[in-house]
Design a protein around this ligand. Structure first.
Ligand code: PDD
Length: 274
């Protein structure tokens, strides 16, 4: 495991965050999670492009160019020596005595590189159970902001009930998971919430839609409600860490056992890096 703070590599356990860090005091920053397969970061360009968009959305000036960021990530991977890794990186509005409005400070980049939290093959085959919860987040969920309190609370509710994910519902519409996007399949058509401000525009989500079209599976970016989700033929979540993960149970409803489309997409996704 290795970490990086401001301009240097540090030990993950080293105490490096000044108490007046904006990320620490306000959650004033943005982040990305990148999966590394066999030493190569997967869809790095897409993640860095989204980071740049999140930065622009909160009027944050990036401390490094994308080129420099890429070099720091590659150096971190080299130093860690971890081939199957997850890279967490964040940028905050810097260090300054506490005041709400933007300080006259430079943004701070930090990063950790660690062994990926592997998901059990049995869970990948059997699928997870999910619970539906009211989406109480703000209306700019397309920004990958550090403010994850609603996500953290939802994830805890799911975990304490033995569920794999919490799925948010806003005004009756299924939006996304606490740390994933969600898809439902009905009559051989794949549905997912459109890429509006109400969801994070997942990198995995976009890739899976592309793979579906390559397989001549119809995809509709169309919002659906919880009744639709509970009556669908198949459902799955996507994320950098989960990849394509089937949903077996929604609240108290068990979905059908056969999942031809989910299985096809999960296999095609895995094929991209193996
Ligand atoms: N979460 N929606 C939310 C709210 C997320 O936090 C994530 C990712 C996704 C999926 O995005 P992507 O396919 O680009 O990983 C959707 C990361 C993995 C996390 O917070 O750990």
């Amino acid at each position: 495991e290795i970490a990086f703070y401001q301009n240097r590599f540090v030990d993950v356990d080293e105490k490096v965050i000044p108490i007046q860090e904006r990320g620490h005091q306000f959650g004033d920053g943005i982040y990305e999670v990148i999966r590394v397969y066999g030493g190569t970061p997967f869809m790095l360009k897409e993640h860095l492009a989204r980071l740049e968009k999140s930065a622009a959305a909160i009027e944050l000036e990036m401390p490094y160019t994308l080129h420099e960021l890429e070099a720091i990530i590659m150096e971190g991977l080299k130093r860690s020596g971890i081939p199957e890794a997850e890279v967490y990186l964040q940028i905050t509005r810097g260090i300054s005595s506490r005041q709400h409005h933007y300080p006259d400070a430079s943004a701070v980049y930090s990063m950790t590189v660690r062994e990926v939290r592997a998901i059990d093959e049995k869970i990948r085959t059997d699928g997870i159970s999910v619970i539906l919860l009211e989406d109480e987040r703000w209306l700019n969920c397309y920004i990958k902001s550090l403010n994850l309190l609603p996500n953290v609370i939802a994830k805890q509710k799911a975990a304490s009930g033995g569920h794999g994910e919490a799925i948010f519902v806003r005004d009756g519409i299924v939006t996304e998971g606490a740390s994933s996007n969600i898809f439902a399949v009905k009559d051989n058509v794949v549905y997912t919430h459109p890429a509006t401000k109400r969801i994070l525009h997942g990198i995995t989500r976009a890739k899976v839609m592309e793979l579906a079209r390559l397989q001549s599976v119809a995809v509709k970016e169309q919002a659906f409600d919880e009744v639709f989700l509970k009556q669908c033929d198949e459902a799955f979540i996507t994320s950098t860490i989960s990849e394509v993960l089937p949903i077996a149970v929604v609240d108290d409803v068990t979905l059908p056992n056969e999942r031809p489309i989910t299985d096809g997409l999960a296999a095609a996704y895995r094929h991209l890096f193996s």
